[in-house]
Ligand binder design. Structure first.
Ligand code: ATP
Ligand code: MG
Length: 409
């Protein structure tokens, strides 16, 4: 069963029990655009207690706000009771929800293209907000007065940019003016919610257009106040050069590719990303331009090749080079690097050290920082191919110890 068929099954069962039930929001928009929907949400006049009673397995986490998850056919369908949200005093959360009807439920939604319902039994679109006209015109427009709607929930500004990016739609002029006016208030939204919408914008192949909107609206400046505007601006050309499908970390690194690593790490802090993602971004930025170095030693090359995000670094650097005025000349060092990597064949990048710490102590090394340095230098010689056997390594270590003792004395 597809997600869509599962949602229709849920709708039929609600209908059978006398409740109006419709597909709602994003899936209706995507269906009308002929795009594959991410998930199929159901909106109904049935109240959470009814939904819980009618279906065998449900999750009640959001029941207070009118949302129940129905589990069926190994799928999850979000079933939300028609509701009105009122009293957004803080620009983030509705003060209260009241159960209501389809028309009122449509008018609490963010954009006209997201405010439609579809009745799969009658096969008809139910459109209280003129969403179909805006889908045809390819515009993102708030339902109701933009400044009021953004004032209820400032995240909607970022959502407007996300939908515009993902769908390739224009933002309707009054909606756009309201975003520009209210952009500083995005600071009131939690970093996690900002990060999720920003991900939708930056991982999309249309990310360069999205980034331009973030900058032109003033949202980028509010979210990342420490970053010089000119640097962010000039990174748009780099985002345009990145391949279509990229991880969020790589896309963010592209966005920050003209800025200092430390400033970026600090700026990303507000997004509350996972530790791994932060490490990923930091690696990409801290190693910018290292791949352009033709003089990189064999040991250095093997070490960086063994890094888990090496190919992301390569892709970032490729985009940086391609964004330069003379892009053909720009990627020449990377072409040479690829050749060098090819000639390595499938050599072991992280071989086991020929000798371990115990071996070195047996040869006369004293535990401590000196031992660490010896092991590191020996490993580099091994990666370089100078040392190939444990015997050679042993000779080499003895000489090293003699020389260093001589120096100490
Ligand atoms: P996607 O396909 O990217 O998931 P979507 O339209 O389904 O897009 P969601 O964030 O999943 O977007 O939200 C589902 C629906 O809930 C939206 O289509 C919209 O009608 C409504 N909605 C979501 N967030 C808000 C919000 N902050 N303010 C008002 N309505 C919202
Ligand atoms: Mg959705």
């Amino acid at each position: 069963m597809t997600n869509r068929q599962t949602a229709i099954k849920v709708i039929k069962q609600l209908h059978h029990n006398g409740f109006q039930a419709l597909m709602a929001g994003g899936c209706v928009r995507d269906m009308l655009l002929g795009r594959r929907a991410k998930d199929y949400d159901v909106a109904t006049e049935a109240q959470p207690k009814d939904v819980i009673r009618l279906f065998k397995r449900t999750l009640k986490i959001g029941a207070k706000f009118g949302v129940v998850i129905v589990l069926t056919d190994e799928k999850q369908v979000e079933v939300a009771t028609f509701r009105t949200e009122t009293g957004y005093a803080d620009g983030r959360h509705p003060g209260s929800v009241e159960f209501s009807n389809a028309a009122e439920d449509a008018s609490r939604r963010d954009f006209t293209i997201n405010g439609m319902f579809y009745d799969p039994l009658q096969k008809e679109v139910i459109d209280y907000v003129d969403g179909q006209a805006d889908l045809k015109a390819r515009v993102v427009r708030t339902i109701g007065k933009p400044s009021e709607r953004f004032g209820e929930d400032y995240l909607r500004m970022l959502r407007a940019v996300r939908f515009s990016t993902q769908l390739g739609f224009e933002i309707e002029p009054e909606t756009w003016r309201a975003i520009r006016r209210n952009a500083p208030s995005i600071a009131r939204i939690s970093g996690e919610r900002i990060a999720t919408e920003l991900e939708g914008i930056l991982v999309n192949p249309n990310r360069a257009a999205g980034a331009s909107m973030l900058i032109a609206s003033g949202l980028a400046e509010t979210i990342f106040p420490a970053l010089p505007r000119a640097q962010v601006q000039s990174a748009v050309g780099i985002l345009r050069q990145l391949r279509k499908k990229v991880d969020y970390a790589l896309a963010l690194a592209g966005f920050f590719a003209r800025a200092e690593t430390d400033l970026t790490v600090q700026s990303c802090g507000i997004l509350k990303l996972s530790r791994n993602r932060n490490k990923h971004i930091k690696f990409l930025l801290a190693n910018r331009s290292r791949l352009l170095d033709d003089e990189m030693s064999l040991a250095q090359l093997k070490k960086i090749l063994a890094e888990p995000y090496f190919w992301d670094l390569y892709e970032l650097q490729r985009a940086i080079q391609k964004a330069k005025a003379d892009s053909r000349k720009g990627i020449a060092p990377l072409t040479r690097l690829r050749k060098r990597i090819r000639t390595l064949g499938d050599v072991e990048l992280q071989p086991k050290p020929l000798l371990n710490g115990h071996d070195l102590i047996r040869l006369g090394a004293v535990p401590g920082p000196g031992l660490g340095q010896l092991a590191e230098e020996m490993y580099i010689a091994q990666l370089e191919g100078t040392l190939r056997t444990a015997d050679q390594a042993g000779q080499w270590a003895k000489r090293w110890l003699q020389e260093h003792r001589a120096v100490e004395k």
